[in-house]
Design a protein around this ligand. Structure first.
Ligand code: CTP
Length: 400
């Protein structure tokens, strides 16, 4: 049983924190709720006291004899602030301590997860983004808000993610793995490569780079030196990560080959285009008078993962592949993946079942991690960052 502090700041989404609290207590943890004064305008102290079975206070001058402003943070195994408003993020980033929650954050030595929820404008404001970057650079986990209906009629980025996802992430953050990659150099490929036909058209794929960036973020939290080779990713760069942008499979191949000799672990989360047009046309291809479509001959790209495996001369780097699979008449997802792991020769293969478009462009993922040593690890449906930690758990074991 762990001691979890649930910080609740003053946003409309604070009612969802009641469900999160339930999920924490149902999974056997002891939860102390520390609301801010303004959050009590949305959900009252009675709700928190009844659901947690513990008294609730917001200021540092109540029950002073118990020195709550120091004790709560010191004894916590995990702090989750959900929702975290722009104001609370700002105070936490700058070390202000004008209520019990901000004092608790300053005395904590445990992992801290902020789950922001606010209007899109507030989230995107340079001040908030700078505060988020600062918090992340100190090893705090700041979750990206979800996209959807906000208070009132507007829709956009800023919603509190589903409490189930927050719970899954929090359970990962509780694991004692925080600094096990200290001094380890990792290279992660992310996104999808593009093969240009002419200056405006390309062959590409639906990979967004979210999983690769989540891997990078998780590795940073665990102390690794992280380089991401990012193929056409338009996501915010996780704090503390070195990004090398690339476009085509050949660009990605060159960068991975350049970085591999110094890496301790490589994760090929990118989706490289398997084929490219045989030739690139310098000017935009025009429609012709007869209305016939151009004949585009494709040639196969090299398999970067296989080349990296073949080129290594020792057990380092540990090499991890990803496989997006669908089951068919010839075999199940796992059967295809097991054959792929053997074919590619990597140490680990992270297998996503992509039947019916699952996994692409989504914040959540479910996977199986297959090891060349025969290990099979099911990672339940949850945020991509939770899968990322499961991948690093497997890598970390093999680095020992
Ligand atoms: N990969 C790679 N180079 C390529 C294609 C894929 O390094 N040209 C890597 C991906 O980054 C991923 C793994 O190989 O880690 C599996 O990719 P996948 O597309 O599933 O493999 P393929 O060999 O293309 O298998 P399939 O025949 O099922 O398409």
């Amino acid at each position: 049983m762990s001691e979890i502090v649930l910080g609740v700041s003053g946003g409309i989404a604070s009612y969802k924190a009641a469900e999160l609290l339930r999920l924490f207590t149902e999974s056997g943890h002891s939860v102390r709720v520390v609301p801010t004064d303004s959050s009590l305008k949305f959900v009252g102290a009675a709700t928190w006291e009844a659901l947690s079975g513990k008294p609730v206070q917001t200021g540092v001058f109540d029950n002073v004899d118990q020195v709550a402003h120091v004790r709560i943070g010191q004894s916590a195994d995990l702090i989750v602030v959900a929702p975290a408003t722009a104001n609370t993020l700002a105070k936490a980033a700058h070390g202000l301590a004008d209520d019990l929650l901000t004092n608790t954050l300053l005395t904590a030595r445990c992992p801290v997860v902020f789950v922001p929820a606010m209007h899109t404008e507030m989230w995107e404001h340079a001040a908030t983004q700078a505060n988020v970057a600062l918090l992340r650079s100190r090893g705090n986990i700041v979750v990206e808000p979800a996209f959807g209906r906000l208070t009132g009629k507007d829709t956009g980025k800023g919603r509190l993610p589903d409490p189930l996802q927050i719970h899954a992430l929090a359970m990962q953050a509780l694991k004692p793995h925080q600094q096990d990659l200290t001094g380890i150099r990792v290279v992660v490929s992310a996104g999808g490569t593009r093969e240009y036909l002419d200056p405006v058209r390309f062959l590409g794929n639906r990979s967004s780079g979210k999983q690769g960036f989540a891997l990078a973020e998780a590795a940073v939290v665990r102390g690794a030196e992280v380089t991401v080779v990012a193929a056409n990713v338009s996501l915010p760069v996780p704090a503390g990560v070195d990004v090398v942008p690339v476009v085509s499979t050949e660009d990605l191949r060159q960068q991975m080959q350049r970085l591999a000799p110094d890496a301790d672990a490589i994760v090929m989360a990118a989706a490289p285009a398997d084929f490219r047009p045989e030739s690139f046309v310098d000017a935009k291809i025009k429609k012709n008078a007869e209305g016939s479509a151009p004949d585009i001959k494709l040639v196969e790209n090299p398999d970067i993962l296989t080349e990296l495996v073949t080129a290594r001369t020792s057990k380092r780097p540990i090499i991890v592949g990803f496989a997006a699979e669908t089951g068919d008449a010839d075999g199940s997802v796992i059967e295809h993946a097991t054959a792929k792991l053997a074919r590619k020769g990597c140490d680990l293969l992270v297998v996503n079942d992509v039947s019916a478009g699952r996994a692409f462009e989504q914040a959540d993922n479910e996977a199986v991690i297959l090891g060349a040593d025969g290990s099979v690890d099911h990672v339940p449906f949850g945020p991509k960052v939770a899968l990322a930690h499961a991948v690093w758990d497997a890598v970390s074991q093999r680095l020992d």
